[in-house]
Design a protein. Sequence first.
Length: 329
Amino acid sequence: MTTSMTRRGVLGSAAAVAALMAVPGPVRAATVLRYGNAGGPQTVSNTFNKALSDRISELTGGELSFEIFAGTLGGEKDLIESMALGSLDVYNGAYTGTVEFDVMYSPYFFRDGAHAKAVLATEIGQKASAALESRYNARLLGVGRLGSYNLMLKEPIGSLADLKGRKIRAPQIKGCIEALQHFGAAPTPIPFNEVYLALQSGIVDGVLTALNPGVQFKFYEVCKHVVVPDFGLALDKEVISLAAWNALSPEHKEILQKSFDELEETNYYLVGLASKPKDLEAWAAANGPDALLELDASDLAAQMAPVNERLANEAFGDGAWKLIQDTQA
């Protein structure tokens, strides 16, 4: 059978095709990732993630962004477990409960933030990332170098030996706990959102935490002194659940990962370094210049070396501490 088409039929078909092409195609729905951190909105961690959300929203034409929950959903342990259960998409914080990341919080485990970044690019970082991802069914986007961990004390000390017997709030992080025990303190794990009341009521004699969130939460109102030399390095893990990650398009995955990597240097690390003098000034303004304890910490790295060598080799295998020491920034 021969098929024929009249001119009117051809014109009619062309019009139908044109009309079909004029109908808008399906618009990709916007993806808003639920992000949680235990600190307040103005902490470095959360201003970084606001900038990250703005960047990815701009690059995706509004198709990808964060809804930020800052200091409103509980402590870090609650947040990361909520992410693993699907209540949150992205977690940012110090706590992971993995020994591989926890040992890194011991004082002078790294020489400085640049050294930490270099070590995290080695097999040490790969093993830590794999442990975290396995435990929470999540992907590590990266590590935000927030700045210093500092001791904040209700009563002054003349040296770290004076910590003996004092109850110091510590996060549930192995490196922090073992370092405090090394100097005779009694580490007392308390969720971050409960620290202010614990200091105010005398449950603890001080707190070990990142300096910047400590200032944002006004711990200086209930804790007069802060030890100026660092007692560890704050390394915030930014973790996205695999369910949320796998739901993203390849293009959006690339934009999110690349944006985090680019902004971490400028909006996390450098901002964190610059914030320490300002945060110490805020402490002194609240409690007077004698509130800042300028202890001699010149031999702290040497004092902590045996502890750090044991922690590194236990977490990553024999020779890990040597690898860390040999890694150059």
